[in-house]
Design a protein around this ligand. Sequence first.
Ligand code: AMP
Ligand code: MG
Length: 417
Amino acid sequence: MIPVEEAQSLVLARIHRLEPETVSVLDALGCVLAADIISDIDVAPFDNSAMDGYAVRANDTEGASDGSPVVLRVLEHIAAGMVPQRELGPGEVSRIMTGAPVPAGADAVVMVESTEGIENAGGTGGTVAIKAPAALGDHIRRAGEEMLAGDVALRCGEIVGAAGIGLLAALGRPTVEVYRRPRVAIVSTGDELVDITERPGPGKIRNANSYALSAQVLLAGGVPHVLGVARDNVADTKAILSRAPEFDLMVSTGGVSMGDFDVVKDVLAEIGDVDFWKVAMRPGAPQTYGTIGPTPFFGLPGNPTSTMVGFELFVRPSIRKMRGFTALARPRVMARLATDVRKKSDRRYFLRGVLEPAAAPRAEARYDVRLAGSQSSAMLTAMHRANCLVSLPEHESAVAAGSIVECIRLDQEEGTV
Ligand code: AMP
Ligand code: MG
């Protein structure tokens, strides 16, 4: 049995970022940019108004107040999308809307709330009473104030979120280069497995793992390819595992423990290389890792929660690394454990827990954590209810209620604080 951290570093040392691909802008959501995005325009592209109001010459508004407004002549109405037709001379203003270009001659905008329009409705040639003085540049968004043509707008390595998508659209990029999502092959093993739509006969159960794993692959940003069920014999298992080189990663479940029909490890040794096959952890010590051709292979254990925890610890960081992410570890917080836990002192435990902010502030841990339900690795309910994995150190044989323990947040993405 090797320690969890050693297994993780061994795996990640073998995993490399995939090559970039060009995707349509919305498909870049959540991906890592593979190239700098250089703007070919100034943003803003022209001086424009930040307010609905009047474009003025600041000088003309000197001394204006509620009690003694300055009355100025309105030349035209400039809506967003229009091009101003008139240049302001002394004593002249133009009605202007947010986003509309500032007319020549204007050097400030007075917001409509500080004015009283007395012009003819909708027409020009009216007048307006300005009731507050404007300073030079007031409420004008300058051309190029966010970026200039030639500036790097989004950097290689940055993650594209909703705002990034908006920026790319503003810059006229219908497509963008990001690091590719890995294609992940999912293999289930077991003579007992039937599909989701079937009513299991005697001795059979439904194939929960291939669905839970597909979901985990999607959440990690990979593309799941379900290859189906390998029955518990060498020929079947070899036939499916041999397909690994068609994919960027292969993940199997079951068939890696000490049962008479657990053939995955032997098949892996025959058609590929085994790096390790047992990790000092619970749930799911028989975590197998190796390669088949160029493809990393994860032989996760069959018990549904062992499968999911193994995925979380080894496969998810691998998928993220392939996608170009540098943050590979989920955020961790310290919490006060609500119950006594007995454990084996030769392995790390990852209990399924529910974290909640502590009712009263406490220096050593801002959270309380309780168990999310039965900790049997055969049961998925606690995993479903959990928002964290409570990580209990290898060397302890018991952890008492009230202890401060480390929790891995399953409800927060890597790189968030
Ligand atoms: P194994 O590691 O193959 O001995 O499987 C351990 C336990 O996990 C057994 O109770 C299996 O029935 C169960 N199991 C294995 N594969 C799956 C699966 N795909 N979906 C649900 N349970 C499974
Ligand atoms: Mg099995």
